[in-house]
Write a new protein. Sequence first.
Length: 264
Amino acid sequence: MSDRRMLDGRVAVVSGGGGEIGGGIARRFAAEGAAVVVCDVSLEKAEEVARSIAADNGQAIGVAVDVGDPAQCERAAVLAVQKFGKITTLVNAAAAVTPDGNVEKLDLDAWKRAIDINFTGVFLMCKYTMGHIRAAGGGAVVNIASSHGHFGLPGRSAYCSTKAAIMHFTRVLAIDYGPHNIRANTISPGPIDTERSLRRYGTRENSNRIRGPGQVLGRTGTVEEVASAAAFLASDEAAFITGTDLRVDGGQTAFKGDSLATTL
Ligand SMILES: NC(=O)c1ccc[n+]([C@@H]2O[C@H](COP(=O)([O-])OP(=O)(O)OC[C@H]3O[C@@H](n4cnc5c(N)ncnc54)[C@H](O)[C@@H]3O)[C@@H](O)[C@H]2O)c1
């Protein structure tokens, strides 16, 4: 049997890499052999993830990047190439806290900020890395959307719209870069247990009891389950998959209802 790992020889740039899902993806990619450039608006969080990767004998650097700032996105790509020689893989997982409320209540500046970070940030990170991925001979982009890009939520037009937009943007990215051997896909996570959700619901059991019935599988997902899907899409295992969305949602979007238990 070969000891080759899924992402040996890859260099991955991960935006929002200091966060829960981005951090989980960065760690999984490093465990699969990739060198990882962990980008986050919080340098402290980015460096913490990079340090944890190094502690597990992986390769990573942490870089401060506000994905709303073109110059910082460009600098991240340049640093990645300076440090690791190339870029083969881009993951966009950064997301801002988006404003809630119907359109009358939504503040225009907060709306614009949500679009800038959640959506234009994906465009900018692609804008400054695609040329490097092409120069490396090809690779893969994985953009993190959401099940909320498939269905709406009351008062969350900013978040839901940006997540739907990421999916369509990624389809066109796949069309534009397929000829350059670059695949582009999205992942739509359903409810994932993170430290934030655990703070809200107390325990994983409680989170599952309240949120689990909305999924066919009757539970919430884990960061590791999203990271597995990202590693798959970034790897040659997904060599013929581009322009698609992979729903890592326990069947949330397959099932239109609040609780499967009440309909059985
Ligand atoms: N947690 C879930 O249940 C869930 C479900 C569906 C989709 N998602 C998506 O997964 C992604 C990660 O979510 P998470 O739960 O890990 O959240 P998180 O808050 O832990 O991670 C987001 C990260 O983005 C960073 N960030 C914020 N603004 C930034 C900016 N301007 N530039 C660069 N980085 C910035 C934050 O510092 C944070 O580290 C997001 O795109 C989110 O929309 C999450």
